[in-house]
Design a protein. Structure first.
Length: 128
């Protein structure tokens, strides 16, 4: 499972490093130490926290004039031929329908960093 340093988590959530640090210090966001002794957040924990923030009316807000939204994969539903991938990018939730083969090729799973790229009504998922 991937893990994220506090700075990376802040960028994915659309908030400052200090905000993530305060959430971690308050116990809202669980952390552990990596091999170098730095605080990190488990990808699955970060994905669940991102979803909970988006459900709050006063969650973080992000404005972007571009059509690329860096975020974290929160859910992957894979069928025989097609798959559904959900990406939480700050307060924005993107759902992409793609082939099961594409999900396998990208090895997408909850907690992975991803970029939702939006063109018209289609959402594509890219790896950073």
């Amino acid at each position: 499972m991937p893990s994220y340093r506090l700075r990376e988590a802040a960028a994915l959530l659309g908030v400052s490093d200090d905000t993530v640090r305060r959430w971690a210090d308050a116990g809202r966001l669980p952390t552990s130490a990596d091999d170098a002794g730095r605080r990190v957040i488990d990808g699955a924990d970060l994905a669940a926290f991102a979803v909970s923030l988006a459900d709050q009316p006063d969650g973080p807000s992000v404005s972007s004039m571009r059509n690329r939204f860096p975020g974290i994969v929160t859910r992957v539903v894979r069928g025989d031929v097609a798959a559904q991938v959900e990406v939480q990018a700050g307060p924005h939730r993107f759902v992409s329908l793609l082939t099961a083969e594409a999900v396998d090729d990208l090895d997408l799973k909850p907690g992975d960093r991803a970029v939702a790229t939006v063109k018209a009504t289609n959402v594509a998922v890219d790896l950073p």
